[in-house]
Design a protein around this ligand. Structure first.
Ligand code: CTP
Length: 409
């Protein structure tokens, strides 16, 4: 809940501004008060009257309005809030923030504030991926501005890719993470989580992959971040938004996933939830493979992929203190998982039955067993988010509790 929290919402000019109306409603529903600053361009997408009605407060837009300055100076406006939220944050406003400009009320307030700032970017995919925007975002991140989104998806401009503003619920969750003090037992711990499938190229248009949705791995990364861990999520191709409050590195192949996992540096916790393709194509074709009349289908030579979990589990000074693997099995679940834990050298295995009848792959729920050296815990069927929260809590306990229980392992 956000009872008593004061949000200054800056709405700049993008088609996503309509979602900001819903954001105001959700924030107020959670007990926050919302005061809005609307840029000139923003007012072309939503009216001051809508924001005023939903926030039940006046809407500020003109820096030079005498009334505003006498009743509420722009410095005051920025200081009277617990958090400034820029949603949508257009490429233009991000550029002005990065440059430290003060050419309208929104930019001035953002320059004058001493409060945390959260930005929810929204723009065309090419504008988001442009080097200028990337540099501005990097600059702002370094100065402590937090970001939520953008998400990938179809855009109003008929293009597809990252640039859609995060949904109101995601923005509310990011705000709560910033404003509501939580128990953060994993603060100071670093974690890497692999998630999703990998794609092994056969040629530029074909690949070998699997049905992993990444839901469980992404939920684990988010749960670890919620408990305060500094998380790098290494994700294969998935249709999920990047979870807020952590770093997401996107990869395609198993080899890229291994490189990115190692590049996360020295970590305390590694959770390998990805469904890594076991084999890669030895010689992917440089051009699209063509059918030749009468010729037999091509023979594709496969070679084993590196095992990321086994690599991270290797003893040595770099080894994370706790390495957790998954076992996706369709028969002899627990026995296979116990054997897998030993073979891969990890500390814990989360074993789940992925037989089609269970609906685990791509589904919302999961029934798992947690296997460590001290035995097997059978968990009830839970939503994947709850499996993730429970696993993150167990990990926190592992680090906070006296080393005895695990020492018995
Ligand atoms: N894993 C990995 N790298 C691989 C293969 C698997 O990191 N190249 C990890 C998975 O992320 C998971 C665990 O190893 O944490 C087990 O994955 P699973 O597919 O169940 O096992 P396999 O290694 O494929 O073994 P098997 O073929 O015997 O099922």
């Amino acid at each position: 809940m956000l009872n008593g929290k004061r949000i200054l919402l800056i709405v700049s000019g993008g088609i996503a501004a309509y979602k900001s109306l819903e954001l105001v409603r959700r924030l107020r529903g959670r007990g926050a008060s919302v005061r809005c600053v609307l840029t000139g361009a923003g007012a072309r997408f939503v009216t001051p009257l809508s924001l005023q009605a939903l926030s039940e407060d006046r809407v500020y837009s003109d820096m030079f309005s005498l009334t505003d300055e006498s009743e509420m100076g722009h410095i005051q406006l920025s200081r009277d809030a617990d958090l400034l939220v820029v949603a949508p944050a257009t490429a233009n406003l991000l550029a002005r923030m990065a440059a430290g400009m003060a050419d309208d009320l929104a930019a001035t307030v953002l320059l004058a504030t001493d409060k945390p700032v959260l930005a929810a970017p929204a723009m065309n995919v090419r504008m988001w991926t442009h080097a200028a925007t990337a540099a501005n975002v990097e600059t702002l991140r370094k100065r402590g501005v937090a970001f939520v989104g953008p998400n990938e998806g179809a855009m109003a401009c008929n293009e597809f890719g990252p640039g859609r503003m995060a949904e109101p619920d995601e923005i509310v969750a990011a705000i709560e993470t910033m404003l509501v003090p939580r128990q953060r037992p994993l603060a100071g711990k670093r974690a890497v989580v692999t998630s999703g499938p990998t794609r092994e190229a056969i040629d530029p248009v074909r690949y070998i992959s699997n049905h992993s949705s990444g839901k469980q791995g992404h939920a684990i990364a988010a749960a670890l971040a919620k408990l305060g861990a500094d998380v790098t999520l290494v994700s294969g191709p998935v249709a999920l938004a990047d979870p807020p409050g952590l770093r997401t590195v996107k990869v395609e192949s198993a080899e890229e996933m291994l490189r990115a996992s190692l590049a996360a540096g020295n970590v305390d916790i590694a959770v390998c939830a990805a469904a890594v393709a076991d084999w890669k194509v030895v010689h992917p074709a440089a051009g699209k493979m063509k059918k030749k009349a009468g010729a037999p289908p091509p023979q594709i030579e496969l070679a084993p992929n590196p095992d990321i979990l086994a690599t991270l589990s290797r003893p040595g000074p770099q080894r994370p203190a706790l390495v957790v693997g998954f076992a996706a099995e369709t028969e002899n679940l627990v026995a296979n998982a116990i054997e897998k834990r030993q073979r891969k050298g990890c500390d814990w295995i989360v074993a789940n039955d992925v037989s089609p009848s269970t609906g685990t792959f791509g589904g919302e729920r999961n029934t798992v067993h947690l296997i460590s050296a001290s035995g097997v815990e059978d968990w009830p069927t839970l939503a994947k988010e709850d499996v993730a929260l429970r696993l993150a809590a167990r990990i926190a306990l592992h680090f906070s509790g006296p080393p005895k229980a695990e020492a018995a392992e």
